[in-house]
Design a protein around this ligand. Structure first.
Ligand code: DX5
Ligand code: ZN
Length: 223
């Protein structure tokens, strides 16, 4: 079953505790944290302090997306704050296998993220060290953007490689996922979907959004 990870960036920050508990009640699989430093992307959002504040509320995995210029200097802080998945952008580190191994050595799931215009490059060398590979289907920096279909071919290439090699690496997608774009994403072989604006603005609330994703998974998924 495909895992659904709503992005807390789209939550109501006046009521973050309530929002986190409502998301857990709705049956989401992870909480996605969009940590932006104002350097790698122009936006500045939140850091370890928000993960730490929410950590005692739930034990569902915190899927932590580091849109920061120097992830190598900060992974320990996120690990200590309660991150379960720590994902860095491929564009921010020249030695990705080393950094993935460092994240794993902290006992966390290690992930690498590729922007829409970033080629997958030497993914056959990198993926054995990665628990998650995430494809951006929007340019990072904000929620509410239009899905970029360039991610679909990347999913297919990675799906074929991971299945052929029998790797446990999960393929994740992030950006512009909604009820129109999700079917093709699911058919391409995704394992984990990050969702922001569509999920948080769903007319039937979080439970309605989850029901839609579970239905689309049943209709288009690999089972
Ligand atoms: C963008 C973030 C995404 C985004 C998802 O930089 O990494 O997680 O918030 O929001 P939507 O689903 O609205 O694109
Ligand atoms: Zn994200």
């Amino acid at each position: 079953m495909i895992k659904i990870a709503p992005s807390t960036l789209c939550a109501d920050f006046r009521r973050l505790e309530e929002e986190a508990l409502a998301l857990v009640d709705a049956g989401v699989d992870c909480l996605h944290f969009d940590c932006m430093d104002g350097h790698f992307v122009e936006n500045l959002t939140y850091g370890p302090i928000v993960l730490k504040a929410l950590r005692e509320l739930t034990d569902i995995p915190f899927d932590t997306h580091l849109m920061i210029a120097n992830p190598d200097a900060q992974i320990e802080s996120y690990a200590e704050a309660g991150a379960d998945h720590i994902l860095f952008q491929a564009e921010t580190d020249a030695r990705p296998v080393r950094l993935l191994n460092r994240i794993r050595a902290l006992g966390k799931k290690a992930g690498i993220v590729y922007n829409p215009a970033t080629p997958l490059g030497e993914f056959e060398t990198i993926l054995p060290a990665a628990d998650i590979v995430m494809l951006m289907s929007v340019e990072p920096g904000a929620a509410g953007q239009k899905f970029m279909p360039v991610a679909l071919d990347k999913i297919r290439v990675l799906r074929e490689f991971i299945d052929r090699e029998g790797l446990p690496t999960l393929i994740s997608i992030d950006g512009g996922v909604n009820d129109e774009t999700a079917p093709a994403i699911i058919e391409a072989g995704i394992d984990l979907i990050v969702t922001g604006s569509w999920f948080f603005n769903h007319p039937e609330g979080y439970a309605g959004a989850m029901a839609d994703f579970r239905r689309m998974d049943a209709e288009h998924g690999r089972g």
